[in-house]
Design a protein around this ligand. Structure first.
Ligand code: SAH
Length: 368
């Protein structure tokens, strides 16, 4: 296995380089390229050509390697399938938005949570990602943004040419971040100190692991927390999210509001809208009838939160359907009438299988 130079400390890198009979300053040059996300040594333009070739033959830059890159037709979303050292695969997504460039990162290879609507969990959990493996996903996106500057393809929705850096991070890719809390925290600390990304521009999304949320409270950084709620009662939530049998809905919400209150931050509530087809082929709303909306409003009334309504993205292996646009708006109207802040999450990169672990799953099944 080739050594990953990004994983070396400065001292180790200097030793590696001087052992090759090279001057020390080469190590510093290489480190600068690594910190910019160089995918290979060929890209390191200020190294002698011979050295670039030698290094490409014997070492790897980052602990992730881009296997596949897909771009949405509007040029705003780029999705990466990345290979890890041990052959595992993960996904990350770069979204160019009017407020900046946001990257959605994975925290685990696979997922153990077993949510019934999600593609990421279908093959189970393989392992936790290291700090460097999570951080490298940001570097891959950052490197991609550099190439935007030389292309007019990637126009932000507000019409600006895109020449920015990564400005926002959402830990909403494959995996449950609060089952890998230590490394997720390590990653966020690093994104903040090394990339200068503000705490308030970072969001961690969880299905509701209470001890993990408590760790975030102790850690006391004013990041954003998102809770994947998806149902307004324990009975229904346990049916679609097995983790609810362990951490019940009201306890999850209480702990999450404790976190957001400490930092005076708005809590994000994610709510997928799910329907099923009955035996007559008719669509039945599963978690988004008027009654569900009223119950949800009851849970959240007077609280500092924002409900993101997300029409379910189709996953072939799952037996749900996405409700009609009308049903989504009716659900939203009831929440608004009850004074609950809400918005409908625009689907991004639907044409490139951007929904939650689909690319990885398709690849694992060999269908691309
Ligand atoms: N494990 C974390 C983060 C990863 S999933 C969590 O549960 O929050 C990020 C969000 O996408 C979650 O709200 C998840 O429930 C949602 N999601 C999963 N599959 C989806 C699908 N097919 N369509 C829409 N949203 C989905």
């Amino acid at each position: 296995m080739k050594p990953v130079l990004f994983d070396f400390t400065d001292a180790q890198l200097a030793e590696y380089i001087t052992d090759m009979g090279l001057p020390r300053f080469r190590a510093k040059q290489i480190r600068e390229w690594l910190n910019r996300g160089a995918p290979d040594f060929r890209s390191m333009k200020n190294l002698p050509e011979q050295l670039r070739e030698t290094l490409d033959g014997c070492a790897q830059t980052l602990p992730v390697r881009v296997m596949q890159k897909l771009e949405s037709s509007d040029g705003q979303t780029t999705k990466f399938l990345l290979a890890l050292h041990d052959g595992e695969q993960i996904e990350c997504v770069l979204m160019r938005t009017s407020y900046g460039n946001s990257v959605c990162v994975s925290s685990q290879a696979g997922c153990a949570m077993g949510c019934k609507f999600c593609a990421s969990t279908l093959l189970g959990l393989k392992r936790n990602l290291t700090v460097n493996e999570i951080y490298s996903q940001i570097l891959v996106a950052q490197w991609e943004l550099r190439t935007d500057r030389f292309s007019d393809k990637h126009i932000r929705p507000n019409g600006d040419a895109n020449n920015g850096d990564v400005s926002h991070i959402v830990v909403m890719g494959t995996g449950e971040p609060l089952q890998n809390t230590e490394n997720v925290i390590g990653f966020i600390e690093r994104a903040n100190s090394e990339m200068g990304i503000g705490w308030r521009k970072i969001t961690v999304s969880t299905c509701g692991i209470i001890p993990g949320i408590e760790k975030l409270i102790e850690w006391a950084r004013p990041i954003n927390l998102a809770i994947s709620l998806h149902a307004p009662t324990d009975e229904l939530r346990s049916k679609i999210m097995p983790i609810n049998n362990k951490y019940h809905l009201q306890d999850v919400l209480d702990t999450a509001f404790r976190f957001s209150d400490v930092h005076n931050r708005q809590l994000m509530i994610e709510y997928i809208l799910l329907a099923v087809r009955d035996e007559n082929g008719d669509t039945q709303l599963l978690n988004c009838t008027a009654e569900h909306a009223e119950k949800l409003a009851e849970l959240l009334r007077g609280k500092n939160c924002m409900v993101n309504l997300i029409p379910w993205n189709t996953v072939d292996e799952r037996d749900f359907v996405s409700p009609s646009g009308n049903a989504v708006h009716r659900f939203q109207d009831i929440l608004i009438k009850n004074g609950i802040h809400t918005r409908i999450r625009r689907e991004r990169g639907n044409d490139i299988g951007s929904a939650c672990g689909q690319l990885r799953l398709n690849h694992a099944k060999g269908k691309q």
